[in-house]
Design a protein. Structure first.
Length: 177
């Protein structure tokens, strides 16, 4: 099996970085959720805090890498315009989607929305990582901050999940090959 450069970057963007994002989210969410007084000893807080810090920062960094690779490497191939006279639109996903009334909505709604909502994930994930860095082990004494972080962290994941799901459907309808 061989992959073109475009397919390889698509795999890196969607499957590679996406998988790391999911793992980091799972670790960060579990760390934030379980960091509660009465459930964790002082020694447990000291042991969990570095792991929480790593999980949130990995999620933020991977979210930024995913969005940057998508925006500056994969997306230009999607938006490419065919030269005059080209009738095979397979190498021009945006034009291919828009050329068919049955698939035009994948671009008009899906891609237009995806390219904007995807940027929310790294912004929120970075905010969470900074607050975890700032508070550290003190988060256990600030349940209101921890709850807010859980909400922001989950919203970051939801934004990435929506963007990823739309990206998968769009790629199915018109791959960047």
């Amino acid at each position: 099996m061989q992959l073109t450069d475009r397919e390889l970057w698509g795999v890196i963007h969607g499957m590679g970085l996406g998988a790391l994002f999911l793992l980091a989210f799972g670790g960060g969410l579990a760390g934030l959720w379980s960091l509660r007084e009465g459930l964790v000893t002082p020694e447990g807080v000291e042991e969990r805090t570095p792991r929480l810090l790593v999980g949130t920062w990995v999620m933020a960094i991977v979210a930024w890498l995913t969005v940057l690779v998508g925006t500056f490497i994969v997306y230009p191939w999607y938006r490419a315009k065919p030269p005059a006279g080209v009738t095979d639109l397979a190498a021009y996903p945006r034009v291919l989607l828009l050329s068919n009334p049955n698939t035009a909505q994948w671009h008009q709604f899906g891609m237009e929305w995806k390219e904007h909502v995807a940027w929310i994930a790294p912004l929120l994930a970075t905010a969470v990582a900074f607050v975890v860095l700032y508070y550290g082990a003190q988060l256990i004494r600030h349940p209101e901050v921890r709850r807010a972080l859980l909400v922001l962290f989950t919203l970051a994941f939801a934004a990435a999940a929506v963007a990823g799901l739309l990206g998968a459907f769009i790629t199915k309808a018109a791959p960047v090959a």
